[in-house]
Design a protein around this ligand. Structure first.
Ligand SMILES: Nc1nc2c(ncn2[C@@H]2O[C@H](COP(=O)(O)OP(=O)(O)OP(=O)(O)O)[C@@H](O)[C@H]2O)c(=O)[nH]1
Ligand SMILES: [Mg+2]
Length: 458
């Protein structure tokens, strides 16, 4: 394979499996001649970005399918390169045959995320936009999809761009002041002015950082573990919250041995509910493994619901199990409120306690209150934050935090009357952190890890 051919890649952009239509995408220097060979449609004689009927042929020229082809000449394509898309009937065998014919003509199979990576490298998208594209495809709720779309449209870059500009003009002034530092009268900015400007920029960045609380929840969702000893009604509560009979419910203690989960949407946030095996010491190896897994789930959950059976007095078993959640964020639930109540939950108040609610998984009484409490705990901020694209990944928050602390150092340096070279270096560092956010500066490992998490065809 010569070098030019190695730069043309091919992959289906539609999911595997049978369907009415599947699309094969070619991108690179030789995308047009290869697609022409496969379809017989001459890109030069064909209006760009329109579909034309075509036959799709294999390497030997045998007709495999009838379909459509579209040509997107560089730079007006997804990747910024010449792109050809061939629409075939949605049978994976046909797709494979045509892709093989493309490879026989000099293309090579695309790697995971390679189309998006080329789009990024050719300046069609910044890094946050590429991430937004990935998240839009994987969004589990409509609100998550909206946040991802804002990001795909450049919302994060737009939020930080004016701050970057302000840093740049401040840096220019600082550097000019350094050059004239021996000539007192020529100082361009007073110490108070520098300090005020740095502090304004820092405050704006810090305010934007807050959007991560909501953004990461929209992207990643939250996990809620349902915990307690055997028979308190954990599985029945899961079923009630999901509105379906997901878990087996019986009066036999130790019914649930593995964990089970289901997802609900709370104020637009995907919330995974996990029903766990009752926490108790047991000789049964299967149940013991279940309890071990329960502990793992509890350790990783954003919030736990700890159930007591309020129709009986709490015992040492309940207290022992509670000790495992007491320090982590949790709500105490007094279940079985439809029965005469003998347990008030007094004595169950650990450091992670977020409140106590009485409810009945059987009748549904108190469930609305539980959902409100869950939303309060898991959905940060109001909808006001959604006015701009929220930051959705730890990578974003880390970069902005780095910028904020560099600016804090700049403020301190100015306050301490250090030479202006110090705050200038700090402001420069803050600008670099924001350049990392949008990918203007992006180490190879970062790009590999981001684009490597994409699927083939993206
Ligand atoms: N009256 C009443 N019974 C309930 C309620 N919630 C659960 N139960 C009953 O309590 C028993 C145990 O319920 P499960 O949901 O299986 O309890 P669990 O906590 O999952 O139990 P394990 O899986 O064994 O740990 C069943 O007979 C349920 O019908 C409730 O709110 N009211
Ligand atoms: Mg159960």
């Amino acid at each position: 394979m010569d070098d030019a051919a190695a730069t043309t890649i091919v992959a289906p952009v539609t999911p595997p499996g049978a369907g009415a239509v599947s699309i094969l995408r070619l991108s690179g220097d030789r995308a047009f001649p290869i697609a022409r060979r496969l379809t017989g449609v001459d890109p030069a004689a064909h209006p760009p970005r329109t579909l034309s009927r075509c036959a799709a042929r294999d390497a030997s020229g045998k007709e495999i399918d009838s379909g459509l082809v579209a040509y997107f000449p560089a730079p007006n394509s997804f990747t910024g390169e010449d792109v050809a898309e061939i629409h075939l009937h949605g049978n994976p065998i046909l797709l494979e045959e045509v892709a093989a014919a493309a490879c026989a003509s000099g293309a090579r199979p695309a790697e995971a995320g390679e189309f998006s990576r080329r789009a990024f490298e050719n300046g069609k998208m910044d890094l946050t936009q590429a991430e937004g594209l990935c998240d839009l495809i994987l969004a589990r709720t409509a609100a998550s999809a909206r946040a991802a779309l804002r990001q795909l449209n450049g919302g994060i870059r737009d939020a930080v761009a004016p701050l970057k500009e302000r840093m740049l003009s401040l840096l220019v002034l600082l550097e000019a002041s350094i050059d004239f530092s021996d000539e007192e009268d020529l100082a361009l900015l007073s110490v108070a002015q520098i300090s005020e400007r740095v502090s304004e920029i820092r405050a704006s960045l810090f305010a934007y950082l807050k959007s991560y609380d909501l953004g990461h929840r929209l992207r990643e969702g939250a996990t809620v573990a349902i915990a307690g000893v055997a028979n308190v009604g954990k599985s029945r509560l899961l079923n009630r919250l999901l509105g379906e009979e997901r878990a087996i419910v019986t009066e036999v203690p130790g019914t649930t041995r593995d964990y089970l989960s289901g997802e609900i949407t709370l104020s637009g946030i995907p919330v995974r509910l996990v029903d766990t095996a009752g926490l108790r010491e047991t000789e049964d190896p299967v149940e013991r493994e279940g309890v071990r897994r329960s502990r793992e789930i509890l350790a990783g959950a954003d919030l736990s619901l700890f159930l007591l059976d309020a129709s009986r007095p709490a015992d040492d078993g309940d207290r022992g199990a509670y000790a495992e959640v007491a320090g982590r964020p949790h709500l105490l639930l007094l279940n079985k409120s439809d029965l005469p109540s003998v347990e008030s939950g007094k004595g169950f108040y650990g450091g992670g306690s977020r409140g106590i609610l009485s409810l009945s998984a059987k009748t549904g009484e108190g469930i609305a209150g539980l959902l409100e409490a869950l939303a309060r705990e898991l959905v940060p901020g109001g909808s006001a934050m959604m006015a701009e694209a929220p930051m959705t990944r730890l990578r974003h928050a880390d970069a902005v935090r780095k910028a904020v602390s560099a600016l804090e150092r700049a403020e301190r340096a100015v306050g301490e009357g250090l030479s202006l070279e110090f705050p200038a270096a700090d402001v420069r560092e803050a600008m670099l952190a924001l350049a990392e956010l949008t990918g203007e500066i992006a180490p190879e490992e970062v790009l590999n890890s981001i684009f490597g998490s994409f699927c083939i065809g993206k």
